[in-house]
Design a protein around this ligand. Structure first.
Ligand SMILES: [Cu+2]
Length: 593
């Protein structure tokens, strides 16, 4: 483990900003959001940064809506000027001192990517987690240029939860979101009010976690220029500075009360594993998780012993009790997840020492809470939360179509790796043995598959029928964790199953894939492959760890059309880890060719 570096910016000096709230009910459900170039201060000691933001701000305004009350948003693209991010690939993975270049600011000898510099601000907005008709879902190729607008209708016929809206442009989502195009969207409903959960300030606080990097001037001083830097060995940008609601390492004054934190990991690629320390000791007992991606869990749960893991796009609804603490008490939130994240554990008690340059985690600090004088307001945690969902019944799963998807990384010499989702079709004919095959062996039983789709533009092969449960098997044949997101309806995690796999040399071609997969634990595999208690809710993004098959049950119910599913590591999504699927009403299925 390489030693920690000195922090180039003073931590915990900027107050945590709270994004502007845009309450749909105050505008009769009709909102206008201008997508604009803006100027943003990431830290007290940094020059201001040029950004792209919704309403020109970073994060964008938090839109708050009510279940059952539709919201119409006029998204006006008023961007001007080029992409406010310098995109570069450094020449080497480490600098002259042996420090990984992604742990440092500046370009590390890389040249600015001219194609990224030439981007002029085409946009399309996706409401992540929204039950949205296909025409308003933000199809990745349906762009609107500066000067154009899109009017999207969001029915809001879904459970209360924290969603987020962000850019989704084909091939460049990683740059547009990094430039600032992300904002929160909260849906509220009567169930949450009946439970007496905090709503709005001061006790409900959104926390949008991201990582960012900045340029250096000739004198080696930080500029505010946003830099998206990769290197020849790591295709994702893992930036050294953790930003919460747009500020690097902020501080929040809290009263001795119970707070509700709505946490989103909005990073391009970095996974967070959050640990709260007081005087160097983990403080898990004061944290209760009540909700996940698609709203309330059935019952409150404690955090996993190593900390709260959130991969890109995952959310957590937390109650944190500060009511017993004296004014002046400080608690610091740390991240212990190395990058690229592979699920490897890290003891929570060591969180303050989690800095690890080799794991591209130079500064584990996230933010600080400081207790200030105020009325003591302890709020009990409700024992029962959601009552509106259950696991699918066995008979519903017996009839469920099963779909298999292999996650595959194809390596190239001179361009970034290509990550694809290989949709697999069962090969029924025992005599069919020519060409590449994928075999999945479970004890005495072997299923043979062939890859039938690899790239986003390949023909759609998934046609889920509305109202019917499906089981999707996500098979990870890479060494990293991938957060897989499915648009439209949420899903439930049925199983995490350890696997071993072998891919022969040259086994990963363009559409071709040869692999031998065996259910059961690989001898070198140290992951526990459990479903965490906080994953037993309705999810829209699930982590698929190395050496693992994740099985989910999903049922699309309301809207027909062409949607997407993809890895939410934006560098993967943009390098082809995304595929379409088409939901269809049952009565149309007989007419599908
Ligand atoms: Cu991925």
């Amino acid at each position: 483990m390489a030693a920690a570096q000195r922090m180039p910016l003073t931590p915990f000096v900027d107050v945590l900003p709270l994004p502007e709230r845009l309450l749909a009910r105050d505008h009769n459900g009709r909102l206008t959001v201008r997508i604009r170039t803006g100027s943003h201060g990431f830290h007290r000691d940094l020059p201001r940064s040029r950004v792209w933001g919704y309403d020109g701000t970073l994060p964008g305004p938090t839109i708050e809506a009510e279940r059952g009350h539709p919201v119409r948003v006029e998204w006006r693209n008023e961007l001007d000027g080029g992409l406010p991010v310098i995109v570069t690939m450094a020449g080497d993975e480490v600098d002259a001192d042996g420090v990984p270049v992604q742990c440092s600011p500046g370009l590390s000898g890389g040249t600015p990517d001219p194609h990224a510099a030439a981007l002029t601000g085409h946009s399309v907005v996706h409401l992540h987690g929204g039950l949205t008709p296909a025409v308003y879902d933000g199809w990745t190729e349906n762009l609107f240029a500066p000067g154009q607008l899109a009017v999207f209708d969001y029915p809001m016929d879904q459970r209360a939860t924290l969603l987020w809206y962000h850019d989704h442009v084909m091939g460049v989502t990683r740059f547009d979101v990094y430039a600032g195009l992300a904002g929160l969207w909260i849906i509220r409903d009567q169930r949450e009010r009946d439970l007496g959960l905090p709503e709005g300030p001061p006790y409900e606080v959104p926390l949008l976690l991201q990582d960012r990097n900045f340029g250096l001037d000739e004198g080696g001083r930080l500029t505010g220029q946003l830099v998206h830097k990769t290197d020849p060995g790591v295709m994702e940008a893992f930036a050294p500075f953790t930003v919460v609601n747009g500020k690097v390492w902020p501080i929040l004054d809290v009263q001795p009360a119970t707070y509700r934190f709505r946490v989103l990991n909005g990073s391009n690629a970095r996974t967070f594993r959050l640990v709260l320390l007081r005087d160097g000791v983990p403080e898990f007992d004061r944290i209760t998780q009540i909700g996940t991606d698609s709203g309330l869990l059935r019952e409150p749960v404690a955090l996993p012993p190593d900390g709260l893991v959130l991969a890109s796009a995952e959310r957590a609804d937390l109650l944190v009790d500060f009511s017993d603490l004296q004014p002046g008490t400080e608690l610091t939130l740390y991240n212990t997840a190395g990058a690229p994240f592979d699920g490897a554990p890290f003891p929570a008690a060591d969180a303050a020492d989690a800095a690890d340059l080799d794991a591209l985690l130079p500064y584990p600090q996230v933010m600080r809470f400081r207790v200030v004088p105020g009325p003591v307001a302890h709020r009990p945690v409700p024992r029962e939360l959601a009552t509106d969902f259950a696991l699918p019944k066995p008979e519903e799963l017996d009839a469920a179509p099963r779909r298999a998807i292999a996650l595959v990384e194809r390596e190239f010499e001179d361009v970034p790796n290509m990550l694809t989702m290989r949709e697999l079709a069962v090969v029924d004919d025992e005599d069919e043995t020519t060409g590449p095959l994928i075999t999945l062996t479970d004890g005495d039983h072997t299923t043979r598959y062939r890859a039938v789709a690899a790239h986003f533009e390949d023909t759609a092969t998934f046609f889920p029928m509305l109202g019917q449960y499906e089981i999707w098997q996500l098979i990870n044949l890479t060494d990293d964790t991938h957060p897989i997101h499915i648009h439209l309806d949420p899903f439930q995690v049925l199983a995490r199953r350890p696997i071993g796999w072998e891919i022969p040399d040259d086994g990963i071609g363009d559409l071709d894939l040869s692999a031998r997969i065996t259910l059961g634990r690989d001898p070198d595999d140290e992951l526990d492959h459990v479903i965490d208690a906080n994953e037993r809710g309705l999810k829209d993004t699930v982590r698929v760890n190395p050496h693992e098959i994740v099985e989910i049950a999903v049922r699309f119910h309301a809207y027909s059309g062409r949607y997407m599913y993809h890895c939410h590591i934006l560098e993967h999504e943009d390098r082809d880890m995304m595929r379409p699927f088409v939901t269809m009403p049952p009565e149309l299925m007989p007419f599908m060719a």
